[in-house]
Design a protein around this ligand. Structure first.
Ligand code: SF4
Length: 420
């Protein structure tokens, strides 16, 4: 039996928005085969599944998602972009665990719905529903809509705010408005008439682990130092640090992370409870309109605007002119897409590889970089293993290669079986 079996349900949710059909099936054969030699999680799994299912959105957890490993709530959303490439968007907070507790490891969403729709992934299987009153709402209204519609669940939301219709500068918002989507996920959803994906979880995990050696090794942190540390490594972050120190208050972390790197804005007009999780977005808006920063952050979260793209439209706008700037945005030409990057890379030499490894394992790519003293292999060994062990190190290397590689012969076989 492959050593990774215990970490996965070995089930996949398949959703076709065009036909309105859904199913939960065992992993396709090529993915099961890859599990013999590599870690078939996160962006590596998405590379295999996108080879089989073509122009599809892939939501992927990793082997460590939902375990006792620090930072293990990551979900990876992989979206087709031009030229057959895929953009991998890290979805933080607790979305990975929310998908895995539905009883599947991955969800593949293909086709275009004929009318605005909602996809609900729950422990009773996936279902597609009409969007109804969700259409036209801003992000806070969308969250309220789901609280009323699904009062019995603690759901995780991926939402297309009004700006998703602008294409590449719209970003998918999570349940409290935060996102690291740089105009990939929201435009895909909008183009396929999918206004929201709801992860309701509630079921069991295949393996959670009982020990927390890496938690013990990391120890807890508090304060907004984590936000400032990450901010320093994004474009314009060093200049934004002083502003961040002035306007940020309570720190916040994803479920299962002992080192918070997010923070709430200090209470103020219309910004109560506003969570800042996007360091690059914070720095971009701070550079564009430092006097209006809280209003700019609030507008991006409310409307689902990627703040890196939105910064160009808000440049130099004063607080008393902010409402007009938003009106102009909706009435005129939306901002151009910002520079291409999806999450902060810290400065150490091996940062890109550590971030990629996190995206395969289901561990936050920012946290893996923030702990340069912990070899990635220790994470890959799993929560209950000897902290010095690195038994999955070679498999991880193979996964990183897989994430970067195009369709294989085995995937081609699966395609032939599926499409006759
Ligand atoms: S490092 Fe930041 S983004 Fe990553 S898990 Fe911790 S709080 Fe979340």
């Amino acid at each position: 039996m492959p050593p990774l079996d215990k970490f996965f349900h070995k089930k996949i949710a398949l959703v076709n928005l065009a036909s309105g059909t859904t199913a939960v099936e065992p992993w396709p054969r090529s993915l099961a085969n890859e599990a013999e030699r590599c870690i078939p999680g996160g962006s590596a799994a998405a590379a295999v599944l996108s080879g089989i299912y073509g122009d599809a959105l892939v939501l992927a957890t990793g082997p460590l998602t939902g375990t006792m490993s620090p930072g293990s709530s990551l979900l990876v959303a992989s979206c087709p972009v031009s030229g057959g490439a895929y953009a991998h968007v890290p979805i933080l907070l607790r979305h990975g665990t929310a998908l895995k507790t539905t009883g599947v490891d991955f969800a593949v969403v293909s086709g275009k719905a004929s009318s605005p729709s909602i996809l609900i992934l729950g422990s009773k299987g996936p279902r597609i529903e009409p969007a109804g009153g969700l259409s036209g709402l801003e992000v806070p209204g969308m969250r309220k809509f789901f609280r009323a519609r699904l009062p019995e669940t603690r759901h995780s939301l991926l939402l297309c705010g009004p700006a998703s219709g602008w294409g590449s500068c719209g970003s998918a918002a999570l349940e409290n408005g935060t996102s690291l989507d740089r105009g990939h996920l929201a435009p895909w959803m909008s183009n396929h008439n999918l206004l929201a994906i709801v992860l309701t979880g509630g079921g069991s995990l295949p393996f959670a682990g009982g020990r927390r050696p890496l938690f013990d090794k990391l120890g807890p942190k508090s304060g907004i130092g984590g936000f400032l540390d990450v901010l320093e490594h994004v474009e314009g972050g060093a200049q934004a640090k002083g502003t961040a120190e002035k306007i940020l208050g309570r720190p916040a972390a994803c479920h299962s992370c002992p080192w918070p790197c997010m923070a709430y804005l200090k209470p103020g007009p219309s910004t109560n409870g506003l969570l800042c999780a996007d360091h690059a977005g914070f720095a971009a808006l701070c550079g564009a309109c430092p006097d209006s920063l809280p209003s700019a952050l609030e507008a991006c979260l409310r409307l689902g605007i990627d703040p890196v793209s939105g910064a160009s439209a808000f440049r130099g706008v004063q607080p008393d002119a902010f409402g007009k700037a938003i009106e102009n945005l909706f009435a005129g030409v939306p901002p151009a897409k910002g520079p291409e990057f999806s999450f902060p890379l810290l400065s150490q030499k091996e940062a890109p590889e550590r971030a990629l490894a996190g995206m395969v394992l289901g561990i936050c790519p920012i946290l893996v970089q923030r702990c340069p003293d912990i070899p990635v292999g220790q994470w890959a060994a799993g929560p209950d293993s000897d902290p010095e062990a690195a038994s999955f190190g070679d498999m991880l290397k193979a996964s990183l290669q897989l994430a970067a590689k195009a369709r294989t012969d085995a995937q081609q076989e699966d395609m032939e079986i599926r499409h006759g």
